[in-house]
Design a protein around this ligand. Structure first.
Ligand code: AMP
Length: 480
């Protein structure tokens, strides 16, 4: 099938061609024809399937298939798209701009973290399509600064994530304020109970388009879990980077402070990274994302909510510096790599007390994950220079972004309490304490470094053979 056969108006087809698309992706081929007829659509598809165009193209078509807006005429919001995060909302806005560039389309994103004044001014000038995160949209609605009385098309994108993030009440509030006669499109990667309920209440006789990934991320991605004591996580992370030299990696932390601290730890180890999380100013987030997308930085440190919906190809490694709060989040995280037929690696630093989560992940993913225990001594054996670990005690009081801290929860760590020893200073064992390196595995060979057999691959040389005592000169080679 070709785009030309879908019945889209010429300006939209020209924009699609300018994007270099020739054939519609399966979600587009399935969703666009019923959407053009004005039918409701239920799209079950993940990011990376082309789902943005699946709702953006028919929306732009329907905005301009009739008469074009007359100069000076009022431009009420006719298409409303709601997405869970600022980043995703802005990416959708950019897609609308690209696909609507041959039309008179006016589109803006209304998201938190950006001056409300500017957004309100843009709204006053009139827009055809509005892309919004639920929180900011509800704020504007409560202040009566936005008029949604002319909305003809509503799209909820990543509905499952919006529910996960606690936006269900906001969505209810928003949909209740819209005209009853409208087209609804709901896109979700998964269909847990609440989303099934939402789709039943929102959609009338929807066209259902389900894109089953040929292989789930859990099948494609090479995954391993390192059981690491809390106090060894910084050192393990730096060691992992030194040994594996990831091309393009996302490091996930559970907290905003954790993201900043991990970025600092990496910086001290000579590994530049950008950090994105909800407390960062929007400009800083955009810059970090821009640098990462363009390869200026090869590492992005992110919290779950900030990373949600980020569309960056060719991510070679996902590193869970902190274990996610639940198995679903794990699958969302590792799904950032191994996209578009590429391979990918995911490694998780799991504290001994978090092990039960690995079982839950394996059950959900239907696959065993290689698990290795890191003996703290190993890190001292590695040919690396570890960053100082004197940042003080645990991050108690830190708030998780969008997710409650789980029972008996996991605390973020950025160094042992002073005086507890362990991985202080340069993290190197004193000469003469060169006992055997313990690197046990319950499921297959040790896998600290990428590659078979767990033998560390490093520009600074492989792991020292067992039993050869005495420290080795640290390698100063940073990542490529
Ligand atoms: P999405 O799932 O909407 O985030 O899209 C994932 C990526 O696929 C984006 O970079 C799009 O530009 C690209 N894309 C969307 N539709 C097509 C298509 N029909 N052909 C080629 N690339 C596409």
């Amino acid at each position: 099938m070709l785009f030309r056969e879908l019945g889209l108006i010429e300006p939209v087809l020209q924009a699609v061609e300018a994007e270099g698309y020739t054939t519609p992706s399966p979600i587009q081929a399935g969703a666009i024809p019923p959407a053009l007829e004005g039918r409701d659509v239920l799209g079950i598809a993940q990011t990376g399937t082309g789902k943005t165009a699946a709702f953006a193209l028919p929306a732009i078509h329907r905005l301009f298939a009739g008469a074009l807006p007359k100069p000076g005429a009022r431009r009420p919001i006719r298409a409303l798209v709601i997405a869970p995060t600022r980043e995703l909302a802005m990416q959708i806005r950019d897609s609308f701009i690209a696909y609507g560039r041959k039309t008179p389309l006016r589109v803006i994103a209304v998201v938190g973290g950006i001056s409300q004044e500017i957004q309100v001014r843009a709204l006053r000038n009139g827009v055809d399509a509005l892309i919004a995160t639920p929180g900011r949209l509800v704020d504007l609605m409560r202040q009566r600064l936005i008029d949604l009385s002319a909305v003809e098309m509503l799209t909820l994108d990543e509905a499952d994530r919006m529910f996960d993030m606690g936006f269900a009440p906001d969505l209810k509030f928003i949909t209740a304020a819209l005209p009853a006669k409208r087209q609804n499109m709901l896109f979700s990667a998964t269909m847990p109970g609440p989303i099934v309920e939402l789709s039943k209440s929102l959609l009338k006789d929807p066209a259902r388009v389900e894109i089953k990934p040929e292989k789930t991320p859990m099948q494609i991605i090479e995954q391993s879990v390192l059981i690491v004591p809390r106090e060894a996580k910084n050192a393990t992370l730096t060691a992992y980077f030194r040994l594996n030299e990831p091309e393009r990696a996302i490091v996930f932390t559970r907290t905003k402070h954790g993201a900043d601290r991990v970025a600092k730890v990496l910086a001290r180890a000579g590994i530049p990274s950008g950090a994105i999380h909800g407390d960062k100013r929007q400009n800083a987030r955009i810059k970090a994302l821009f640098d990462f997308k363009n390869g200026r930085t090869r590492v992005l440190v992110a919290t779950d909510s900030a990373a949600c919906g980020i569309d960056v190809d060719n991510i070679s490694h996902v590193i869970n510096f902190d274990m996610p709060g639940d198995p679903e989040t794990y699958i969302h995280r590792v799904g950032r790599t191994g996209r578009a037929g590429n391979s990918g690696k995911a490694v998780s630093l799991c504290q001994p007390e978090e092990r039960r989560l690995v079982g839950a992940i394996e059950r959900l993913g239907g696959r065993k994950i290689a698990m290795d225990r890191i003996d703290p001594a190993l890190l001292a054996e590695l040919p690396i220079e570890l960053p100082p670990m004197n940042d003080g005690p645990d991050m108690d009081g830190d708030e998780f972004e969008n997710r409650p801290r789980p029972e008996g929860g996991f605390r973020n760590f950025d160094g042992p309490p002073p005086g507890r020893g362990g991985f202080g200073g340069r993290g190197r064992r004193p000469a003469g304490k060169g006992g055997p390196v313990k690197f046990g595995s319950r499921s297959g060979p040790a896998r600290f470094a990428d590659g078979p057999g767990g033998v560390a691959k490093s520009s600074g040389g492989p792991n020292r053979p067992r039993g050869k005592g005495g420290p080795r000169k640290p390698s100063r080679g940073g990542p490529r």
